[in-house]
Design a protein around this ligand. Structure first.
Ligand code: GAL
Length: 437
């Protein structure tokens, strides 16, 4: 409806509403409107005001009825307009992989390489806080390891997985002391948080490293509250002086390419990592070790603060990074990437009956356009949706290598095909629950 017509209709409604009874038709010159059998007229004598209407009907109760019905219609219309306006401000309850995802304050969510803890009916999302200029320092030039200064670990909370409230930095980086593990110049990546029901503490593990990624440490922090502040306990290379449970005589040979034996005394290298709490409450760290060549699965102590000294080598020599581990129908599943820095490669998946293996590779779980490049992303976490069976969210990072702070979150539904293999199908937009086939 054109604006002028809409305005005229509105004016007529107001006039009719304010109309006064009138029997003296002689002064009338013009019938303005004829509505539901009722006639309204405008008087044009010296005293008449142009906006006034007079009702010529004999039965006033008919006019009253009409006015009531008009009032009801107007109220219903106003309510609809208000509802639509309110809806326009509501965030959409859909995931939009790769698009900017704002938190509840309207700022893009800044939580990369992270994971989610579900605790007390609330989801807590922890990730790398990346802010500032991306740079490529001399020490990482050969392999293109661009960086932004380490910002610490951010935390967001949500009850519905779509709307996330920024809870601030759960573990900030340290600006004042360049030697500190959490110094801005150093590396703080892939943080994960689990809850220890015995100690009632929230335990964070992360990849802590020197600016050139040579230290390859695991850092640990604890907090009484899921949103922090977390107390940093320090970092180390796990499992110093301990052979893995599946070690062979050859694995113990000292030679130039045997990184397991090389690092036996001082502890194993630990870079990309994730955590899993099993059904029996035991927790495990999965970390890329042996110069990123082999994954280790390392059991944690009962308080989750240290390695328990029991670990296994899995996917030996497969250069697996970005591990995301979850459990389904009693089996352990892993989604991961190959090893090519921020550049995407083909994702991989694996399954095991026992956490220490043997793990059987199941191939690339991704489907759809650019599935061979993991949709230009890299895995970080698989979240079983609380209270819903067979609903999993596969979380990825779409790294912007030359503008790391603009890296995006890509969340996609993870399902299982008829052979029981995990499948991640690209979607431009989607919502939970995803119907099962
Ligand atoms: C990736 C790794 C990331 C980050 C990056 C640095 O391979 O998965 O977490 O360390 O390299 O280039």
């Amino acid at each position: 409806m054109p604006a002028s017509r809409f305005l005229n209709t509105l004016l007529s409604i107001v006039r009719i509403f304010r109309s006064k009874p009138c029997r003296r038709t002689s002064r009338c010159t013009r019938t303005v409107t004829n509505l539901a059998g009722l006639r309204f007229v405008q008087l044009v004598d010296d005293h008449a005001k142009p906006w006034e209407l007079f009702d010529l009907s004999k039965d006033r109760s008919e006019t009253k009825k009409m006015k009531t019905s008009m009032l009801c219609s107007a109220l219903a219309f106003a309510w609809l307009v208000a509802l639509n306006a309110a809806r326009a401000n509501e965030p959409l309850a859909t995931f939009q992989p790769g698009q900017i995802w704002n938190d509840t304050s309207g700022k893009p969510i800044n939580a990369h390489g992270g994971g989610i803890l579900f605790h007390g009916g609330v989801y807590y999302w922890y990730g790398e806080f990346k802010e500032g200029r991306t740079y490529l320092s001399q020490v990482n030039k050969t392999w293109g390891g661009t960086r932004v200064i380490a910002g610490g670990v951010s935390c967001y909370s949500s009850t519905n997985l779509y709307d996330w409230k920024n809870e601030g930095l759960a573990l900030p980086s340290v600006a004042e002391d360049p030697d500190h593990d959490l110094a801005c110049e150093k590396v703080i990546e892939r943080p994960k948080v689990i809850y220890n029901a015995k100690t009632k503490q929230f335990v964070m593990w992360l990849h802590q490293d020197s600016p050139d990624y040579a230290a390859a440490h695991s850092g640990v922090a604890v907090s009484d509250s899921p949103t922090g502040p977390f107390k940093y306990l320090g970092s180390f290379r796990p499992n110093a002086g301990v052979w893995p449970i599946n070690v062979t005589a050859r694995d113990k040979d000292q030679n130039a390419t045997n990184f397991l034996a090389r690092d036996f005394p001082g502890g194993q290298m630990a870079r990309d990592m994730t955590l899993l709490v099993d059904d029996d409450g035991k927790a495990y760290q999965f970390y890329a070790s042996e110069e990123n060549g082999t994954l280790h699965v390392s059991q944690l102590t009962d308080d989750y603060l240290k390695p328990a000294g029991i670990y296994g080598r899995i996917l030996v020599g497969r250069s697996t990074e970005a591990p995301a581990v979850f459990k389904h129908n009693g089996k352990y599943y892993l989604i991961a990437s190959g090893c090519s820095g921020w550049d995407p490669n083909t994702a991989r998946s694996a399954v095991a009956d026992h956490i220490f293996g043997p793990w059987t590779e199941l191939g690339n779980p991704c489907r759809g356009a650019n599935a061979d490049k993991t949709f230009f992303c890299q895995s970080t976490f698989v979240l079983p949706v609380a209270g819903q069976t067979n609903q999993f969210i596969a979380m990825f990072d779409l790294w912007k290598k030359w503008d790391l702070q603009d890296s995006r979150c890509v969340w996609l539904p993870l399902a299982f095909d008829t052979d029981g293999k995990p499948v991640v199908q690209w979607r431009d937009q989607w919502s939970l629950p995803v119907p099962e086939k």
